[in-house]
Structures are given as structure tokens and as C-alpha cells.
Design a protein around this ligand. Structure first.
Ligand SMILES: [Zn+2]
Length: 418
């Protein structure tokens, strides 16, 4: 159904906005619904501003199941001692309800697109579909070096792709390579061939910790980025999460190949992995978006917190108050992120995908309202989001998401059985 948003603030103007077929069709001072060929559903935008929704470019949504467990450990101990043993016990129910509950939190924070990586692809795809979000999902393929499991990997990739294609276009599959230290060159070659053959994005964890990067240099003589490049994986369909330990030549290589980084400031700080140098990445022309990572290492799916953290971290780590402006990081969290999904979204303009939020201008962080983007980055919290729309579909209105009570109940119940 067409949607008409009345009387909403766009920049410094008050506008009526018509959404048709999931896109912004008209943005005008006034649109008379009587003059439209079909009667639209109307939303009153009085007292609200319309803004692009957020693109979360690195997440493990179902890890909200483990939120609060193992806090305070270094990455490798956290993975080996807490997360991986627990993940071996996860059932289909855990994954399905965990993913769906994670989606609730994302919708509340105004996210409408997510790059996710997790186990049990069928459960995750179903949960993302039912949430109404756009998701580009990958299985975090992990194969111990030398294990001849390549036929199984090929079969899984084929099956997962067929399943993803049975859903609407907002549900997409990408190819997951958990990290260099958990995969073999043969396995990565199989992933590359499959991704190239089907024009799929590759998601990987790259240069997240100093230990990972040092061990890679010792064993191969190359940085993680150089290894991915030497294996033909570095191109404009590659998204590497974290990118904390990049050299100048890594950044040049990423920029030349058009490969992207998922900047996950909260996760990198919490696991004490280090700092992604966003200023150096911008200067080198590296594409990057903003990611929450999983809720076990953040511990929230909140792009407001991520924008604020990224901006403050950039300033504190460079002793430069001009580093990473509010406008820059807001663009990273919206327009730049959507580009990594290969989506024409992230702006409120005619012809763009209608992924947007309506924020309540009476929210305390948005008052007095001298600079809306500054307020969003530094002062607001997800509670300012009144309405979330994905491709013109209403996922949340007046902070109510259909079915949320049942999802929360079921999630709590399965999380106690971990
Ligand atoms: Zn991750």
C-alpha cells in the first residue's frame, strides 16, 4: 500500500512525503491525497523529523543470547573459553529466537539493513525475513587447516543460496570467511570461486587483533589484508570487519581494490583490540560503514551509541577535535553503509529506497534543536525513534513493534536454557 507522511520535518522544511513501491515517490510542501489514484495509508509526522535509517554493516544478531557473559576477557580467551563452547550447544530454537530478538533491538534503534554472520543459516534467514529488516547473511565458515571438507562447503553454499533466493530480495546471502586464523587457503579459494560465480559479497573478520596480525606476518610474511589480496578476495564485494591493525599500504590496497571495512568502535574498545584509524581510512579513500558487532562484545545494537563512540574515539585518539565530524559519522552510519549493501538508500530523496526513521523532536536529546545531526550523534538515544520504515513498510510505529511481547517471552525462555 502507498504511504503518505504528512507534515514532517525534512532538513529545515516541513514536507509531505509519498512512498510508492518501497521508494520515495514525491516530496512536496503539500500532497493532496484526494488527487492520488489510490488512497494511501497516512502517517502524521507533526513534531517529527524524517531521516535515513541506519545500515549496520557487521553483526551477529543471535549473540544477544550470550549478552553479559565473559565480559572482561581478551578476544581469543573470550572466544575459546566462553563463546565457542556455548555456541556448540545452541539449538535451532536458540538461533531463531535470538536472531529475532536481536532484530527487535535493531528496529528500535532505527536500523533497517544488517550484515550478519552466524550459525544455522535456515533459522537466521527465517528470523530476518519475519523481522521485516533487510539482511545480508553469511555462515561463518570455519574449517581447521588441512581438513578436506571442501565438497561439504560447496554443497552448503549451494543450499544456502537456494534458500536465500526463496525469500524476497531484501534477504540476501553472502559468503562468510570467519577469519584467516580459522580457515585454510583451499577453503578460502572455494569461497572466492562461489562468490565470484554468483556475484556475492564476502564477509570476513580482518586484522581485528594485534595477535592475529602478528601471527599472520610470522607465518606468511604478509599482513591479513595482503593475504586476502593475494588470494584474489579483495574487491568491491569484500567487507572486512574491524580493520584495527592496518598499515598504510593495507589502506592503499583496500582503496585501490574498492574493498570495505566494517568499523566497530564499541566492540574494538570493549575487547581492547585497538582503534580503527577512521581518519587515515578516509584520507586513503577506504570505503567503510559502521557496525555494532554481536551483542556479546558491545553489548547493544544501538547505532546512536556507535556514532557517538566513533566520533569521540577519533578525537581522543588523534588529539584533534576536528576529527570525525557529526555529519561525517552520520553519513558513515547511513549512506556509506547502504552503499556496501549495493542499495540506493541512505538519503531522503525522490527515487531512493524508503528506508527511514521518524524521530520525536520532543525527545530530550533533540531539544532545543540547534543542529539535528549533532544532536543525533552526541545527545540522542534510540528512544527518540518513533517510527522505523524499511522499504516503505512500517516496522515500528510509536515505538510499538507487532509481536514484540511474544518474541521477548520466547527469547527469555530459550536464553535460560543455554
Ligand atoms: Zn564479528
Amino acid at each position: 500500500m502507498d504511504l503518505l507522511i504528512n507534515n514532517v520535518r525534512l532538513g529545515s522544511e516541513i514536507r509531505d512525503i509519498l512512498i510508492q513501491n518501497g521508494r520515495f515517490a514525491r516530496i512536496e510542501p503539500q500532497i493532496d491525497p484526494a488527487g492520488l489514484s489510490k488512497a494511501p495509508q497516512t502517517l502524521d509526522g507533526t513534531g517529527q523529523a524524517i531521516l535515513p535509517s541506519f545500515a549496520n554493516v557487521h553483526c551477529h544478531a543471535a549473540m544477544v543470547l550470550m549478552r553479559g557473559l565473559g565480559d572482561g576477557l581478551p578476544l581469543h580467551a573470550w572466544l575459546n573459553d566462553i563463546i565457542w563452547p556455548m555456541e556448540r550447544r545452541l539449538t535451532a530454537d536458540h538461533i531463531y529466537w535470538g536472531t529475532l530478538f536481536g532484530c527487535l533491538e535493531m528496529i528500535r534503534s532505527g536500523i533497517t539493513a544488517v550484515f550478519d554472520m552466524y550459525w544455522q543459516t535456515p533459522q537466521c534467514l527465517r528470523a530476518f525475513y519475519e523481522s521485516g529488516l533487510r539482511a545480508n547473511f553469511s555462515h561463518p565458515n570455519i574449517i581447521p587447516p588441512g581438513q578436506p571438507a571442501l565438497d561439504g562447503l560447496r554443497r552448503d553454499l549451494e543450499e544456502h543460496l537456494a534458500l536465500a533466493k526463496s525469500y524476497p530480495a531484501r534477504i540476501e546471502l553472502s559468503v562468510g570467511i570467519h577469519a584467516l586464523y580459522t580457515t585454510s587457503p583451499e577453503m578460502r579459494a572455494t569461497c572466492r570461486e562461489f562468490a565470484d560465480a554468483h556475484d556475492l559479497i564476502v564477509q570476513a573478520h580482518v586484522a581485528e587483533t594485534k595477535r592475529e596480525t602478528d601471527e599472520c606476518l610470522q607465518s606468511t610474511g604478509k599482513t591479513p589484508v595482503e593475504v586476502f589480496d593475494s588470494e584474489g578476495l579483495l574487491n568491491d564485494r569484500f567487507i572486512g570487519a574491524h580493520g584495527v591493525w592496518l598499515t598504510d599500504s593495507d589502506r592503499q590496497l583496500l582503496a585501490t581494490r574498492g574493498a570495505a571495512i566494517a568499523h566497530c568502535p564499541s566492540s574494538n574498545m570493549k575487547l581492547a583490540s585497538g582503534t580503527f584509524d577512521e581518519g587515515a581510512a578516509r584520507r586513503a579513500g577506504v570505503r567503510f560503514g559502521l557496525g555494532t558487532d554481536g551483542a556479546s562484545s558491545n553489548n547493544r545494537y544501538d547505532m546512536f551509541a556507535e556514532m557517538r563512540t566513533a566520533a569521540l574515539l577519533a578525537k581522543a585518539s588523534t588529539l584533534d577535535p576536528v576529527a570525525c565530524s557529526a555529519a561525517e559519522i552520520h553519513r558513515t552510519a547511513t549512506l556509506d553503509g547502504f552503499k556496501l549493501f549495493r542499495l540506493d538508500a541512505g538519503e531522503i530523496a525522490v527515487g531512493k529506497a524508503a528506508d527511514c526513521i521518524l524521530v520525536d523532536l520532543d525527545h530530550s536529546g533533540l531539544v532545543p534543536g540547534h543542529d539535528l545531526i549533532s544532536d543525533l550523534v552526541y545527545a540522542a538515544t534510540p528512544e527518540c525513534v518513533d517510527t522505523t520504515l524499511c522499504a516503505g513498510q512500517i516496522l515500528m510505529r510509536h515505538r510499538k513493534i507487532p509481536g514484540e511481547d511474544e518474541i521477548r517471552r520466547a527469547f527469555r525462555e530459550v536464553a535460560t536454557r543455554l
